[in-house]
Design a protein around this ligand. Sequence first.
Ligand SMILES: [Zn+2]
Length: 308
Amino acid sequence: MLAIAAILPAAHAAAPMARSQAPGFYRLMVGDLEVTALLDANDPWPEAIDELFPSLTVEHKASLRRRTQAQPSNDFSTIAFLVNTGKKLILIDAGGRGSAAGYGQLFDNLKAAGYAPEQVDDIYITHMHPDHVFGLADGKQRSFPNAVVHADAHELPQWQAAAAKGNKTAQAIVAKLAPYISAQRYQAFDGDTRFSPELKAVARYGHTEGHSFYVIESRGQRMHFWGDFVVNDKVQFELPEAVPPGEKDAAQGIALRNREFAAAARSDELIAGAHLAFPGIGRLRSLGLNYIWVPVDYAAIAPATTTP
Ligand SMILES: [Zn+2]
């Protein structure tokens, strides 16, 4: 023991703390499609989580507080998803750069994930709230110069109408779309639409007038992009009756959540949400009348094999 101690170097000075996180991207394959979740922001909830769902009972609130208050406050992720079909590079939502402090990390994370904004061919927007579209443009400059932006035809008119009445947020939203519209790089679709064998939109109006799901599929595997249909994984899966802020028709929202959650649990297919804890991807399991969110695990991806 003494001999070993004698050859050990003298103690180092304390190492400085790195104080940075791993790059905010997570990748998985869905059949032959490569999906990359891109973190745009982490935002602490502005209020205690249970206060955001005023319809909850006192018992529910107490149980949620016990289970969630021990978590770090960064409960609210904003995530965009990149899908490489092998022929096209597709972005689902564009993040909220400039909408609030800390938003816009999507661009660094896209680069860290091995891609550049110029490579994006198509952007599919779930809805046009600032945290989903502000990343589209910087002033009049398109941030994705080669991309065509797609959204449901019911979405933009509501913002244009509010903008015309002087609503500042709506004006800012419309300004983010404008550079694509004037370059004839904006295409609206009407309700359920199939774009290719790998991609379709499903109308899921409610959160906004043209809110859409997107579904990708390859080799029998599917992944459903739910946008803001569910905004908190710690509350809404366990309690589908919890009404999120801003929901206009509560009864319709609850019925729709119950229907979609049951279908997702039955199918065992992957769900991706724009504000679920990063990377926002997982599956649902049913538990009586409620559901459990099972997030994906971190895992390596096997390199592509070339067939001779
Ligand atoms: Zn959102």
